[in-house]
Design a protein around this ligand. Sequence first.
Ligand code: 4AD
Ligand code: MG
Length: 452
Amino acid sequence: MVSHFGDGVTGLVNLGERSENCSLSLNMAGKKVTVAGWIQDTRNLGGIAFILLRDRTGVVQVTAVKKKMGDEIFSELTGIPRESILAVSGELKANDQVAGGFEILPDEFQILSQAETPLPLGIVDKVGVELDTRLNNRFLDLRKEQVLAVFQTRDLVLKGMREYLTGNGFIEVHTPKIVAAGAEGGSTLFPIEYFEKQAYLAQSSQLYKQMLMAAGFDRIYEIAPAYRAEQSDTVRHLAEFTSLDMEMSFIESSEDVMCVLEEMVAHTFDVVINHGIDQLDCLGVTLSKQKLPFPRVSFEKCIDMLSESGIKVQGDLDTEAEKKLGELMSEKHDSKLYFITDFPTELKKETFYAMRDPDNPHLTRYFDLAYKGEELVSGGQREHRYDVLVSQMQEMGANTDEFEFYLKAFKFGMPPHGGFGLGIERVLHMMLNLPNIRECVLFPRDMYRVVP
Ligand code: 4AD
Ligand code: MG
């Protein structure tokens, strides 16, 4: 039998005669088990040694007794370098002195892969290591319990969002990531050589999800990479991030989109709170249920609030103003999450597809959703009328010929529609209170990093 330590999920162990996967537990006491994992630590006391063996489900103690094994085998076993992979067979014995309440007394072992020394990075050492060193040795860094917890939470976040959207009639789609035109302005486009043509990595699925509204798909979402040649080396910008894009038809205003968004976010928090107990505990994070509806405050009102607290804003909010606004929203509305609505047209120059307020063309039907001062989402109602869209594009200096493939979709029946783009890493960055967004990506890409 192939068994795993820890509880709950099974890992992957291949020891030849593999018949069954199950987690170790105290009720296997007295039985022979076989486990495999990474040697986290070996404590050799001379006549007895304790080897901690780890896999993604937890850690088990292997207790080696010299007298029983003989000197040679004992020193071979205890001399295996940390982070090597060891397979061990032996009796599972109850022992309330040991964390978990049991240990394994080995009869046989096999080194499946020996680690070199020294390790570029400690897995359980308490010494602080620079993020760059961690990312340069990411395969090792990812072995840490707290780092795994981030990605288990990421998995829960995605499950929560998918669950909500699927349950509300949205279908998941995939649009091209090699595109001929940018949706979010020229400054953050990555050009690529595409046979004889100029192409770009997609900044957003914006244009395609709108075309799917013309196709009658009605309610769609996509979870996929998005690329931005961001010249900003900050703790919240990535060159490659995961975007959850949603689009829905037959809306009356951006309020319809905001309602779906806030319910999805609140549901996602619930999923993490209910199913991520161990992960949140491991990361020292306390999450509370999010109350609905999230406050909605117009951009103009935000400027007034900031001005009352001594911050003058020229044009768009800078990082300092965003942070302050996060604090003010927490104080006034008792919510970390809030919508900033009615963005001025002036500030959405590159967002040619945003619908303007019919009563005031200086305002758009566009919103951001922020969490404690950090933007998580942008979205709104789109301009679905062909003529108006073309004139907005011309006014904003977009070359309409380049967008012909997109504009065509507005000529043959385009319903009123809207949607949003949400940065998955931004959500995790804020939810888990992590210092740097790069911690939410397995192998992050930024201005300086393209390996590993
Ligand atoms: O605000 P953005 O640029 O909006 C769009 O892409 C629109 N097409 C969305 C829509 O449907 N109207 O990007 C959306 C979100 C941001 O709010 C942010 O969470 C994330 O994507 N994002 C980034 N995350 C990490 N690094 C970057 N460089 C990001 N750029 C955007
Ligand atoms: Mg935005």
